[in-house]
Design a protein around this ligand. Sequence first.
Ligand code: CS2
Ligand code: MN
Length: 361
Amino acid sequence: MQMGFRWYGEGNDKIPLSYIKQIPGVTTIVWALHHKLPGEIWETAEIAEVQKQLEPYGFNMDVVESVNVHDDIKIGLPTRDKYIENYIQTIRNLAPFGVKVICYNFMPVFDWTRTDLFHPLPDGSTALYYEAEKIKEEPREMADYILKEEEENGMTFPGWEPERMAHLGELFRAYKGVTKEKLWDNLKYFLEKLMPVCHECDIKMAIHMDDPPWDIFGLPRLMINAEAVDHLLSMVDDPYNCLTLCSGSLNANPENNVAAIVRKHCDRIAFAHIRNVKHFDNGDFSEVSHRNCDGETGILDILRAYHDCGFQGYIRPDHGRHLWGEGPENCRPGYGLYDRALGIMYMLGAWDLMDKEDAEK
Ligand code: CS2
Ligand code: MN
């Protein structure tokens, strides 16, 4: 297992690399070129710049999150081939820098969906929150709320690029007729084109789970449960077709058992996201600390499953709460410094203990 920390890049993330260096056990910076729109080629010179920033700290750049997939690929338009060519070129450009895993998602239009980005928790911190009542048929209200947060605080959230959101109506119209079956077909088409290049470049494509794992705003969502994971892995049965198994995304539906998926498919999990979720009876859920008893995701069972399987991939704390002065003005929702650092120490605590117990057996 290699521990990672997501970082949004120089000038785009308020957390300096020198702070991340002080968190025990982090070897991997999970990075991306966040100024790139889906479909654009990532140029070698731009990638080299990130390498130059990471090098003095000894971090590797093995995991990219995300190279976003252009909507035309998801919709299955004739123009998709051009964007797939660009994606392939990006994979080729990433390979010489030692990149091993590309995390991506295949969600129509939106990435994660939340109704409150800084929801107060009883302990005085804040966290991302989903209020079921607020998710209506019409996405405009939620999109406007998130765009306003971006604008007021001078940041763009991946998957919520104002350039794309400006054409929301058009985007929704373009997805008309894209049923779940078609979306699966389009994902298969995309992956089959990529696999030979992934072999050649030794880079795994690791699909992120849909967040939340159900259809919203009439848009189909694929990566929602264990059956979908089975389907994805058998549909393109290739060791380079892998998962970013996001515990919090899947467990937004409490029926999903993430530890069981780990035990079944550990060799196809390239990247583990560890996030904890607390559920309420009315269908709302809140993100919480990584501590097992603070949510219902089963963080310890998941870690034990990874450990039992001898997990060789990358792992990172996913969203954390915002603590100790972190708020909208200085912190990306879910991506503060402190709670993710605490999450790492919690995970390493459990992991080290399991290592020690094994050694003493
Ligand atoms: C991430 C996702 O912040 C998050 O919730 O886990 O946004 C993830 O980066 C994307 O879905 C991957 O493309
Ligand atoms: Mn995640």
